[in-house]
Write a protein that binds this ligand. Structure first.
Ligand SMILES: Cc1cc2nc3c(=O)[nH]c(=O)nc-3n(C[C@H](O)[C@H](O)[C@H](O)COP(=O)(O)OP(=O)(O)OC[C@H]3O[C@@H](n4cnc5c(N)ncnc54)[C@H](O)[C@@H]3O)c2cc1C
Length: 404
């Protein structure tokens, strides 16, 4: 009989990997999680992930199930209103502006926003206190060998893990996906996203705002006050060379440019962090499972950062996998479980990747008549009442059928 070292190996200790480790640990499975890069858990430290993640309602439920929400809630900023604007029109009245209020569909906010570096700090601390979960930062998964009854994963420190299930949460280039010979389709947009934090004189009132102009959206997401001033996280998508030019501007010139780009909605913006740069692609794996292997998060799907879909889809992957594991623990990682996982996620993931890619394509269009087309596209996607309610419900995972 096979001697397993653990039930599960999670490759990757990013936000998705650490959530997987905590969730499966909480459900009683023994878990080993490895990641070659130790988590950077301070805002000002070199290499800190300065993005923030807006967790929508179902993702919050998953974090609660993993025993993580109690630690995260004190740092979370509720998102009550989502505002979409197109500011290409020259006259105020020719601009498109739509507000979606969470109160229209539930008594909860749309979601909660948290900085990624803080998520890693709290998640690493949580798995540290779980007796059946081992997190080994500084160690990579370097090789995968599977057969019907087990997976063997070679580790960079010379060890080998023998497990029933490998969860690949090892990012967009997923070494585990490649080791399993699973391909992926990629769509390149030629854009990059600048991510940083700002402070501003006008309070954000818990409104998350996506401002569209050619090149891509400029998104302001509420954060708790910083240095005694209202603060927001910014994700600013632009054509690649323009993004590099913006990153290299002197601070004063950058602040003037970003304030104008935000249409001065919150007054003049002041840079309040380092800037990080992220290439924008869409990618979907050809399938989401292989022998003894489940792909989750960016190992399975990557989308442009529009509508807070990326990590929320990832937590939906974990919720589906956990449900299957708990329904039949003795079948953990067997072909029936993994085929069911692939079936459960395929349609939802492909629909969302296609939808967000289309929205990004529309958002990038520049110049007249494309500005007008973009405005009409955005209005069509967000403006018509049933479509709008459908999108809101989709975002909240409340089902796909729009209410009449
Ligand atoms: C600018 C920006 C803003 C975003 N905002 C949002 C948002 O508001 N809401 C949202 O839902 N999503 C958002 N996303 C998407 C979200 O950030 C990503 O989906 C998420 O960070 C990806 O998490 P991950 O754990 O899959 O990948 P990663 O964070 O890349 O983690 C992968 C981990 O795997 C490790 N690894 C690599 N190789 C190995 C190996 N051989 N063995 C073991 N480990 C390995 C890496 O070191 C890394 O730590 C945003 C994305 C961008 C670019």
């Amino acid at each position: 009989m096979t001697e397993f070292t653990h039930d599960i190996l999670v490759a990757g200790g990013g936000i998705a990997g650490l959530t997987a480790a905590a969730a499966f640990g909480q459900a009683g499975f023994s878990v080993l999680c490895v990641d070659p890069a130790p988590p950077v858990t301070e805002r000002e430290a070199q290499g800190a992930d300065l993005r923030t993640t807006a967790f929508l309602q179902p993702a919050q439920a998953m974090l609660a199930r993993a025993g993580l929400w109690g630690r995260l809630a004190p740092h979370a900023m509720p998102l009550q209103t989502m505002r979409i604007m197109d500011i290409s029109g020259e006259m105020e009245k020719s601009r498109v502006r739509r507000d979606f209020d969470a109160a229209d569909i539930s008594d909860q906010p749309f979601g909660w926003n948290l900085p990624n570096w803080l998520l890693r700090r709290e998640m690493a601390a949580r798995v540290e206190e779980m007796p059946n979960v081992t997190f080994r930062p500084g160690v990579a998964a370097t090789g995968l060998f599977t057969r019907t009854g087990e997976a063997r994963v070679r580790l960079s420190d010379g060890d080998e893990a023998r497990v029933r299930l490998v969860i690949a949460a090892d990012g967009r280039n997923s070494p585990m996906r490649q080791a399993a010979g699973i391909g992926a389709r990629t769509l390149r947009f030629g854009q990059k996203a600048l991510a940083f934090a700002v402070t501003h004189p006008i309070p954000h009132e818990n409104v998350s705002t996506e401002i569209h102009l050619k090149g891509g959206p400029f998104t302001l997401v509420p954060l708790p006050d910083h240095a005694g001033k209202p603060s927001s996280a910014v994700v600013w998508m632009e054509e690649g060379r323009e993004a590099l030019r913006l990153r290299d501007l002197p601070t004063e010139a950058l602040e003037a440019t970003m304030s104008a780009r935000s249409a001065w909605l919150l007054g003049p913006l002041s840079l309040a962090s380092q800037i990080t740069l992220w290439p924008i692609i869409s990618r979907v794996a050809d399938r989401f499972a292989g022998e003894r292997l489940a792909l989750v998060a960016e190992a399975a799907h990557v989308v442009p950062p529009i509508g807070a879909q990326g990590l929320n889809m990832s937590l939906a992957d974990l919720a589906a996998l956990l449900e299957l594991a708990e329904a039949r623990p003795e079948g953990l990682g067997d072909p029936a479980m993994l085929a069911a996982y692939d079936r459960k996620r395929a349609l939802d993931v492909r629909m969302r990747v296609a939808g967000v890619s289309m929205l990004n394509g529309v958002s990038m269009l520049g110049g007249q008549p494309f500005g007008a087309l973009r405005a009409r596209g955005i209005e069509a996607l967000h403006g018509v009442a049933p479509v709008r309610r459908g999108l809101m419900r989709l975002g909240l995972g409340a089902g796909n059928a729009p209410r009449p």
